[in-house]
Design a protein around this ligand. Structure first.
Ligand SMILES: C[S@@+](CC[C@H](N)C(=O)[O-])C[C@H]1O[C@@H](n2cnc3c(N)ncnc32)[C@H](O)[C@@H]1O
Length: 316
């Protein structure tokens, strides 16, 4: 179990905060928090959002995160690897711990190989995932049963529904969700011929796109059409959120030939009509990504090694 002292020195993922952050955490600390290591942790009775103490809460408000994965060689990364664009369940765990309490319900409308549901099982939350591809839905089931099945008592706690999120999100009952966390397809960038990371997947005979299905948002050819479809799905999910609850969408900007698309910004603007209000744009630094010599020696072309965790709140 973590002691109060160790919580002061590291955040929930074991990162050591800067001296300035340590000072901020100390000065904002609730005087009612226990001094004795053996005393159980105290959650402020006014805190209806999560189960964190004041020092745990404050450490999580820093807007730059380092992406943490298991590493490709880890035995529990072998199912995840079969998907072309999974996110890390440890990053999702962090979001789930901040935006929900134990027993709350979390939805991921693009669940892929089930990273969100794995995080829900670890954190004691109920998870619902929508996935169009029967192959990834089956891998998600396999992943839950191999990696975390002992952590939840009943199958209905982690549910995967196979189908089109456009239809499934319309069936969600109002006020049924405590949190939505997801990462949608990034338009059709997996189809790009110069997608360098793709070449390695080809060598290892791994999927380089999600599916051939026309309903797959990764196969929509027009960007504005794609944006309209993804925002309307997230809008339907927002309708099912309880009042003032949150949605976190992990996205990256991208290039198509010489045009740079500010996808995070376009998405935030498109979601405004669904009363989803922007609260934060956290940077998720992907420090493990490979660097490719894009543009060299002719032009500046970045290696995009960060994603945005777009945090939105359901307005009234
Ligand atoms: C970026 S991936 C999500 C990966 C997931 N976060 C994980 O860790 O495995 C997007 C997923 O959306 C799915 N998808 C695309 N269009 C969809 C649709 N219309 N309905 C449901 N799922 C869809 C794709 O098959 C893909 O698995």
């Amino acid at each position: 179990m973590k002691t109060k002292m160790s919580l002061e020195n590291e955040n929930l993922l074991g990162e050591t905060p800067s001296p300035i952050l340590k000072k901020a955490v100390r000065s904002a600390k609730d005087p009612k928090e226990p001094k004795d290591k053996s005393t159980p942790k105290v959650v402020d009775p006014r805190n209806a959002l999560n189960d964190l103490t004041s020092s745990e809460w404050i450490a999580e408000t820093v807007s730059v995160w380092n992406q943490r994965g298991l590493g490709a060689g880890h035995p529990d990364a072998q199912i995840e690897r079969q998907h072309p664009a999974p996110f890390s369940f440890t990053d999702v765990s962090r979001l789930i711990k901040f935006f929900t309490k134990a027993g709350h319900t979390v939805l991921d409308p693009f669940v892929g190989v089930g990273s969100t549901l794995k995080a829900c099982a670890i954190e004691g939350r109920k998870g619902i995932g929508f996935e169009l591809s029967p192959k990834y839905a089956a891998l998600a089931e396999e992943r839950l049963s191999k990696e975390v099945r002992s952590l939840f008592s009943d199958d209905s706690e982690q549910k995967i529904l196979i189908g089109d999120s456009k239809e499934l999100s319309k069936t969600l009952p109002e006020n049924s969700l405590d949190f939505v966390v997801t990462s949608p397809p990034y338009w059709n960038i997996l189809h790009k011929k110069d997608h360098k990371a793709k070449q390695e997947r080809v060598i290892h005979e791994l999927d380089t796109q999600y599916s051939e299905d026309k309903r797959d948002l990764g196969n929509v050819s027009d960007y504005d059409d794609f944006l309209e479809q993804v925002s309307s799905i997230l809008g339907d999910c927002a309708r099912a959120l309880k009042p003032k609850k949150y949605m976190a969408v992990i996205v990256s900007d991208f290039r198509d030939k010489s045009r740079f698309y500010m996808f995070h910004s376009d998405l935030v603007n498109a979601l405004a009509k669904y009363k989803l209000e922007l609260r934060s744009l956290n940077i998720l630094y992907q420090r493990h990504k490979r660097i490719f010599p894009y543009g060299y020696p002719y032009a500046y072309v970045p290696n995009i090694h960060h994603q945005y965790i777009v945090i939105l709140q359901k307005g009234v």
